[in-house]
Design a protein around this ligand. Sequence first.
Ligand SMILES: [Zn+2]
Length: 305
Amino acid sequence: MTLAPVTTRFAPAPTGRLHLGHLANAIYVWGLARRLGGRVLLRIEDHDRQRCRPEHESALLDDLDRLGIAADEPSTDDLRRGPSMFRQSDNHEAYEVGIERLSIAAQIYACDCSRSTFAAWREQHGQAWSGPGCPGSCMARELEPRPDLGLRVALGDGDERWDDLLVGTQSGPVAPDGDVLVRDRNGIWTYALCVVVDDLRHDVDLVVRGEDLLDSTAAQIRLGALLGRPAPARFAHHPLVRREDGSKLSKADGATAVGELLDRGQSVDELIGEAAHRVGLTPSPDPLPFVRAIDLAAAAGEIRG
Ligand SMILES: [Zn+2]
Protein backbone atom coordinates (compact mmCIF):
# COMPACT_ATOMS: atom_id res chain seq x y z
CA MET A 1 0.00 0.00 0.00
CA THR A 2 1.32 3.43 -0.89
CA LEU A 3 0.71 6.04 1.77
CA ALA A 4 0.26 9.69 0.85
CA PRO A 5 2.98 11.91 2.34
CA VAL A 6 1.84 13.79 5.40
CA THR A 7 2.81 16.94 7.23
CA THR A 8 2.60 16.97 10.96
CA ARG A 9 3.92 19.28 13.64
CA PHE A 10 5.61 19.42 17.00
CA ALA A 11 4.03 22.44 18.65
CA PRO A 12 5.11 23.22 22.21
CA ALA A 13 3.79 26.23 24.11
CA PRO A 14 6.63 28.18 25.75
CA THR A 15 4.92 28.43 29.13
CA GLY A 16 7.78 26.67 30.92
CA ARG A 17 10.60 24.23 30.31
CA LEU A 18 10.41 21.34 27.89
CA HIS A 19 9.42 18.32 29.99
CA LEU A 20 9.00 14.57 29.65
CA GLY A 21 5.46 15.05 28.33
CA HIS A 22 6.87 17.01 25.38
CA LEU A 23 9.42 14.26 24.81
CA ALA A 24 6.70 11.62 24.70
CA ASN A 25 4.77 13.77 22.21
CA ALA A 26 7.91 14.21 20.08
CA ILE A 27 8.40 10.42 20.02
CA TYR A 28 4.88 9.96 18.63
CA VAL A 29 5.07 12.94 16.24
CA TRP A 30 8.33 11.79 14.65
CA GLY A 31 7.25 8.15 14.86
CA LEU A 32 4.03 8.60 12.92
CA ALA A 33 5.72 10.98 10.48
CA ARG A 34 8.31 8.31 9.77
CA ARG A 35 5.69 5.59 9.44
CA LEU A 36 3.68 7.66 6.95
CA GLY A 37 6.66 9.06 5.07
CA GLY A 38 5.92 12.57 6.28
CA ARG A 39 7.68 15.66 7.49
CA VAL A 40 7.58 17.44 10.82
CA LEU A 41 7.16 21.19 11.33
CA LEU A 42 8.17 22.98 14.52
CA ARG A 43 5.62 25.52 15.69
CA ILE A 44 5.87 27.81 18.70
CA GLU A 45 2.37 27.99 20.19
CA ASP A 46 2.64 31.24 22.10
CA HIS A 47 -0.84 32.59 21.37
CA ASP A 48 -1.34 33.09 25.12
CA ARG A 49 0.81 36.16 25.64
CA GLN A 50 0.06 36.18 29.37
CA ARG A 51 1.54 32.74 30.01
CA CYS A 52 4.21 32.49 27.31
CA ARG A 53 7.65 34.07 27.71
CA PRO A 54 10.45 34.64 25.18
CA GLU A 55 12.94 33.21 27.68
CA HIS A 56 10.91 30.00 27.82
CA GLU A 57 11.02 29.78 24.03
CA SER A 58 14.75 30.34 24.06
CA ALA A 59 15.23 27.56 26.66
CA LEU A 60 12.90 25.29 24.70
CA LEU A 61 14.94 25.72 21.50
CA ASP A 62 18.16 25.07 23.45
CA ASP A 63 16.64 21.92 24.95
CA LEU A 64 15.66 20.62 21.50
CA ASP A 65 19.20 21.20 20.28
CA ARG A 66 20.66 19.38 23.28
CA LEU A 67 18.31 16.47 22.63
CA GLY A 68 19.29 16.39 18.96
CA ILE A 69 15.64 16.57 17.89
CA ALA A 70 15.27 18.64 14.70
CA ALA A 71 12.19 19.42 12.62
CA ASP A 72 12.28 19.44 8.83
CA GLU A 73 11.22 23.10 9.02
CA PRO A 74 12.01 25.56 10.56
CA SER A 75 15.37 25.06 12.27
CA THR A 76 15.83 26.31 15.81
CA ASP A 77 18.22 28.93 14.38
CA ASP A 78 15.52 30.12 11.96
CA LEU A 79 13.31 30.79 14.99
CA ARG A 80 16.12 32.46 16.93
CA ARG A 81 16.77 34.85 14.03
CA GLY A 82 13.45 36.68 14.40
CA PRO A 83 9.84 36.71 13.23
CA SER A 84 8.59 33.48 11.72
CA MET A 85 5.43 32.11 10.16
CA PHE A 86 5.85 29.25 12.64
CA ARG A 87 5.49 31.43 15.77
CA GLN A 88 1.92 32.33 16.67
CA SER A 89 2.74 35.71 18.22
CA ASP A 90 4.21 36.80 14.87
CA ASN A 91 1.03 35.99 13.00
CA HIS A 92 -1.88 37.84 14.59
CA GLU A 93 -3.11 38.80 11.15
CA ALA A 94 -3.68 35.14 10.30
CA TYR A 95 -6.14 34.81 13.18
CA GLU A 96 -7.92 38.05 12.23
CA VAL A 97 -8.30 36.70 8.71
CA GLY A 98 -9.47 33.39 10.16
CA ILE A 99 -12.19 35.14 12.14
CA GLU A 100 -13.30 37.06 9.06
CA ARG A 101 -13.51 33.86 7.08
CA LEU A 102 -15.41 32.13 9.89
CA SER A 103 -17.88 34.99 10.08
CA ILE A 104 -18.97 34.27 6.53
CA ALA A 105 -19.73 30.64 7.30
CA ALA A 106 -21.04 30.88 10.87
CA GLN A 107 -22.36 33.30 13.42
CA ILE A 108 -19.72 34.80 15.69
CA TYR A 109 -20.98 36.49 18.82
CA ALA A 110 -19.67 38.37 21.82
CA CYS A 111 -20.12 36.58 25.14
CA ASP A 112 -19.88 38.05 28.62
CA CYS A 113 -20.07 34.70 30.43
CA SER A 114 -17.30 34.20 32.94
CA ARG A 115 -16.27 31.13 34.87
CA SER A 116 -18.73 32.17 37.54
CA THR A 117 -21.57 32.29 34.98
CA PHE A 118 -20.85 28.66 34.14
CA ALA A 119 -20.50 27.82 37.85
CA ALA A 120 -23.83 29.49 38.65
CA TRP A 121 -25.51 27.49 35.90
CA ARG A 122 -24.09 24.29 37.31
CA GLU A 123 -25.25 25.26 40.80
CA GLN A 124 -28.76 26.07 39.63
CA HIS A 125 -29.27 23.10 37.31
CA GLY A 126 -27.22 20.42 39.04
CA GLN A 127 -25.12 19.83 35.93
CA ALA A 128 -22.63 21.71 33.78
CA TRP A 129 -23.70 23.64 30.71
CA SER A 130 -23.47 21.38 27.66
CA GLY A 131 -24.34 21.70 24.00
CA PRO A 132 -24.34 24.80 21.77
CA GLY A 133 -24.65 28.36 23.06
CA CYS A 134 -23.62 29.57 26.50
CA PRO A 135 -25.42 29.93 29.83
CA GLY A 136 -25.88 33.69 29.37
CA SER A 137 -27.77 33.27 26.05
CA CYS A 138 -25.28 35.75 24.65
CA MET A 139 -25.95 35.05 20.96
CA ALA A 140 -29.59 36.15 21.35
CA ARG A 141 -28.54 39.22 23.33
CA GLU A 142 -26.42 40.48 20.40
CA LEU A 143 -23.83 42.13 22.62
CA GLU A 144 -21.59 44.72 20.99
CA PRO A 145 -18.13 43.08 20.65
CA ARG A 146 -15.57 44.62 23.02
CA PRO A 147 -12.00 43.66 23.88
CA ASP A 148 -13.08 42.56 27.36
CA LEU A 149 -15.78 40.20 26.06
CA GLY A 150 -15.17 36.72 24.73
CA LEU A 151 -15.97 35.74 21.15
CA ARG A 152 -17.69 32.46 20.38
CA VAL A 153 -18.46 30.74 17.09
CA ALA A 154 -21.85 29.05 16.76
CA LEU A 155 -20.75 25.62 15.60
CA GLY A 156 -24.22 24.16 15.51
CA ASP A 157 -25.28 20.94 17.11
CA GLY A 158 -24.29 17.37 16.45
CA ASP A 159 -21.12 15.33 16.43
CA GLU A 160 -18.02 14.89 14.34
CA ARG A 161 -16.51 11.47 13.77
CA TRP A 162 -12.93 10.58 12.96
CA ASP A 163 -10.73 7.52 12.61
CA ASP A 164 -7.98 8.17 15.12
CA LEU A 165 -4.70 6.57 14.10
CA LEU A 166 -3.95 5.50 17.66
CA VAL A 167 -7.25 5.11 19.52
CA GLY A 168 -9.53 4.01 16.69
CA THR A 169 -12.89 5.39 15.60
CA GLN A 170 -14.04 8.28 17.73
CA SER A 171 -16.91 10.72 17.75
CA GLY A 172 -17.82 13.62 19.94
CA PRO A 173 -20.08 16.66 20.17
CA VAL A 174 -18.83 19.84 18.50
CA ALA A 175 -20.07 21.87 21.47
CA PRO A 176 -19.44 19.67 24.52
CA ASP A 177 -19.54 22.60 26.95
CA GLY A 178 -20.86 25.50 24.91
CA ASP A 179 -19.94 27.04 21.56
CA VAL A 180 -16.21 27.15 21.04
CA LEU A 181 -14.47 30.23 22.42
CA VAL A 182 -12.15 31.76 19.82
CA ARG A 183 -11.08 34.85 21.76
CA ASP A 184 -11.11 35.06 25.53
CA ARG A 185 -12.05 37.91 27.84
CA ASN A 186 -8.46 39.11 27.89
CA GLY A 187 -8.52 39.62 24.11
CA ILE A 188 -6.35 36.53 23.53
CA TRP A 189 -6.98 34.22 20.59
CA THR A 190 -7.62 30.79 22.02
CA TYR A 191 -5.77 27.56 21.42
CA ALA A 192 -8.87 26.19 19.65
CA LEU A 193 -8.77 28.91 17.01
CA CYS A 194 -5.01 29.22 16.59
CA VAL A 195 -4.26 25.54 16.02
CA VAL A 196 -7.00 25.20 13.42
CA VAL A 197 -5.88 28.33 11.55
CA ASP A 198 -2.23 27.25 11.78
CA ASP A 199 -2.82 23.68 10.68
CA LEU A 200 -4.62 25.03 7.63
CA ARG A 201 -2.02 27.66 6.69
CA HIS A 202 0.88 25.24 7.35
CA ASP A 203 -0.75 22.44 5.30
CA VAL A 204 -0.73 20.17 8.34
CA ASP A 205 -2.80 17.08 7.69
CA LEU A 206 -1.78 14.92 10.65
CA VAL A 207 -2.24 16.09 14.23
CA VAL A 208 -0.43 14.00 16.86
CA ARG A 209 -1.15 14.97 20.45
CA GLY A 210 -2.07 13.78 23.93
CA GLU A 211 -5.32 12.09 24.84
CA ASP A 212 -6.27 15.05 27.04
CA LEU A 213 -7.28 16.88 23.84
CA LEU A 214 -9.70 14.20 22.59
CA ASP A 215 -12.71 16.21 23.79
CA SER A 216 -11.75 19.27 21.75
CA THR A 217 -11.23 17.39 18.48
CA ALA A 218 -14.82 17.51 17.21
CA ALA A 219 -14.97 21.31 17.59
CA GLN A 220 -11.65 21.64 15.78
CA ILE A 221 -12.80 19.45 12.90
CA ARG A 222 -15.96 21.60 12.58
CA LEU A 223 -13.96 24.85 12.81
CA GLY A 224 -11.61 23.58 10.10
CA ALA A 225 -14.55 22.83 7.82
CA LEU A 226 -16.01 26.31 8.42
CA LEU A 227 -12.61 27.80 7.58
CA GLY A 228 -12.71 26.03 4.24
CA ARG A 229 -10.57 22.95 4.82
CA PRO A 230 -11.36 20.58 1.95
CA ALA A 231 -10.81 17.57 4.25
CA PRO A 232 -10.20 17.32 7.97
CA ALA A 233 -6.74 16.61 9.28
CA ARG A 234 -6.11 13.11 10.53
CA PHE A 235 -5.69 12.77 14.29
CA ALA A 236 -3.61 10.54 16.52
CA HIS A 237 -4.05 10.82 20.29
CA HIS A 238 -1.39 9.19 22.42
CA PRO A 239 -1.23 8.34 26.14
CA LEU A 240 -0.06 11.06 28.52
CA VAL A 241 3.08 10.90 30.60
CA ARG A 242 2.00 10.43 34.17
CA ARG A 243 3.77 10.63 37.47
CA GLU A 244 4.80 7.37 39.06
CA ASP A 245 1.60 7.45 41.14
CA GLY A 246 -0.48 7.67 37.94
CA SER A 247 -1.56 11.30 38.40
CA LYS A 248 -1.39 13.72 35.50
CA LEU A 249 1.89 15.52 34.93
CA SER A 250 1.51 19.27 34.84
CA LYS A 251 3.41 21.64 32.59
CA ALA A 252 4.81 23.24 35.71
CA ASP A 253 6.24 19.93 36.87
CA GLY A 254 9.82 21.05 37.34
CA ALA A 255 10.94 17.59 38.39
CA THR A 256 10.66 16.47 34.80
CA ALA A 257 12.19 19.48 33.05
CA VAL A 258 14.46 18.10 30.34
CA GLY A 259 17.09 20.85 30.69
CA GLU A 260 17.44 20.31 34.42
CA LEU A 261 17.68 16.54 34.09
CA LEU A 262 20.42 16.93 31.46
CA ASP A 263 22.21 19.44 33.71
CA ARG A 264 22.13 16.87 36.49
CA GLY A 265 23.99 14.43 34.29
CA GLN A 266 21.26 12.30 32.78
CA SER A 267 21.88 11.32 29.18
CA VAL A 268 19.55 12.04 26.26
CA ASP A 269 18.92 8.32 25.80
CA GLU A 270 18.00 7.98 29.47
CA LEU A 271 15.39 10.75 29.13
CA ILE A 272 14.00 9.27 25.91
CA GLY A 273 13.82 5.86 27.58
CA GLU A 274 12.02 7.34 30.58
CA ALA A 275 9.48 9.20 28.41
CA ALA A 276 8.86 6.13 26.21
CA HIS A 277 8.33 3.96 29.26
CA ARG A 278 5.94 6.42 30.93
CA VAL A 279 3.60 6.24 27.92
CA GLY A 280 3.77 2.47 27.83
CA LEU A 281 6.00 2.00 24.78
CA THR A 282 8.56 -0.06 26.72
CA PRO A 283 8.29 -2.41 29.70
CA SER A 284 11.11 -0.67 31.59
CA PRO A 285 12.72 2.80 31.60
CA ASP A 286 16.00 1.70 30.02
CA PRO A 287 18.02 4.19 27.93
CA LEU A 288 16.73 4.32 24.38
CA PRO A 289 17.94 6.21 21.30
CA PHE A 290 15.34 8.56 19.79
CA VAL A 291 15.35 6.65 16.48
CA ARG A 292 14.48 3.42 18.30
CA ALA A 293 11.75 5.13 20.34
CA ILE A 294 10.06 6.56 17.25
CA ASP A 295 10.05 3.10 15.64
CA LEU A 296 8.15 1.81 18.68
CA ALA A 297 5.67 4.69 18.47
CA ALA A 298 5.16 4.10 14.74
CA ALA A 299 4.30 0.49 15.43
CA ALA A 300 1.98 1.32 18.34
CA GLY A 301 -1.20 2.18 16.50
CA GLU A 302 -3.47 0.89 13.84
CA ILE A 303 -2.08 3.11 11.11
CA ARG A 304 -4.42 3.62 8.22
CA GLY A 305 -3.28 5.18 4.98
ZN1 LIG B 1 -22.20 33.92 27.07
